[in-house]
Design a protein around this ligand. Structure first.
Ligand code: NAP
Length: 326
């Protein structure tokens, strides 16, 4: 069996190792991985934080795309370009920080026409989740007429794509970022206003002045708790992440007096039909116009530990793309 390189994580460290197919998790499709990307969850997994990996050793990486090398499932042919995002890879089974990935055919999505392998992984779970959030909001009646949508954690991966996708869909976008230097970047992506958290002027009462038509929230904690009280009638808040914290200290007032909805956004277990639909949208009508501008860094497998540290220390603006076969 030909050995290949993978970033293998055990209980104490993440190490680049040569392994073979027999060491990989079971599955019916084997993929030669070309690209992956670094998500917040990957950074936690590689840095040994947050109990992301459910057992050891495991290859990290919740995203991968490449070319089918073997398949016992008739839906996939040798040489076909495919991608996997979430579905437990890099958490419960081996993930995309590896030159070879073996997965269940049910997690594999054919690369949609309109996206290259590289573009698919610039987007990765971050782009997918931003699109899922807007779909959830629109299914619940969100329109541009509700007013501006606040995007928190705006300079991160999900935030960068949320801004672009909202803008393409005619929403006014207000981006909130803790990075003072991110203003030009966020305006280039389409933000109408860029605010520092301290400039939001949020109050602490159960209902405050309506400022936002909706919110796409990547940070949780106090920022989400306070933003809820500032959402206008029948607006939607998509909860995606907890970069600031998992707590939610809010009252029911926005829900029962303004018809505000708090919507869960979970990419990992998104139903497969919706998964296909979102990737089709991202390849065509919702393809973010500034994909390349969101790439902060392109790295190889060996650079992952340092890059993950930088992401967690909030030094990254946009996405880290992994060229797995560099
Ligand atoms: N629900 C899902 O399916 C799903 C899918 C993908 C990601 N997520 C979650 O969504 C969040 C964003 O993911 P990502 O991949 O976009 O991560 P990312 O690229 O690291 O972006 C996170 C952003 O949050 C802000 N941030 C980081 N630490 C913070 C802190 N201590 N306090 C306040 N803001 C902080 C930063 O934005 P600024 O510096 O611009 O403020 C940072 O760029 C993470 O919590 C991730 O786990 C969830």
């Amino acid at each position: 069996m030909t050995p290949f390189w993978a970033l293998r994580v055990d209980a104490s460290e993440a190490k680049l190792q040569e392994i073979t197919l027999k060491e990989l998790s079971e599955g019916d499709v084997v993929i030669d991985v070309h690209y992956s990307g670094v998500n917040y969850k990957d950074a936690l997994a590689v840095s040994g934080k947050g109990k992301i990996l459910k057992h050891f050793p495991l290859n990290a990486g919740i995203d991968a795309c490449g070319v089918v090398k073997q398949s016992s499932d008739p839906r996939f042919k040798l040489g076909q370009e495919v991608m996997v995002s979430g579905c437990g890879i890099g958490e419960t089974c081996d993930g995309g920080f590896s030159e070879v990935l073996r997965v269940s055919a049910n997690s594999v999505v054919p690369l949609p026409e309109g996206l290259s392998l590289r573009e698919a992984m610039i987007l990765g779970t971050a782009g997918f989740t931003a699109a899922l959030a807007l779909i959830r909001m629109q299914q619940n009646g969100q329109t541009p007429e509700h007013g501006p949508v606040l995007v928190t954690g705006a300079s991160g991966g999900v935030g960068s794509f949320a801004i672009q996708i909202l803008k393409q869909n005619r929403y006014e976008v207000w981006a909130v970022s803790g990075k003072p230097q991110a203003g030009d970047y966020l305006r280039t992506l389409g933000a109408n206003r860029v605010l520092a958290p301290k400039d939001l002027g949020h109050g602490h009462r159960p209902l405050e002045k309506a400022l936002y038509g909706g919110v796409i929230d990547n940070v949780g904690g106090e920022l989400l708790s306070q933003a809820l009280a500032h959402v206008a009638l029948w607006g939607n808040v998509a909860s995606i992440g907890m970069a600031l914290g998992p707590e939610l200290n809010a009252t029911v007032m926005p829900f029962i007096l303004r018809g505000v909805s708090l919507l869960g956004t979970s990419s990992n277990n998104c139903p497969i039909e919706l998964r296909h639909k979102i990737w089709q949208l991202l390849a065509k009508d919702w393809k973010p116009p500034h994909l390349e501008k969101t790439v902060a860094r392109t790295i190889g497998l060996k650079d992952l530990p340092a890059a993950c540290k930088d992401l967690l220390q909030r030094h990254i603006q946009g996405r880290i793309l992994v060229e797995v076969r560099a």
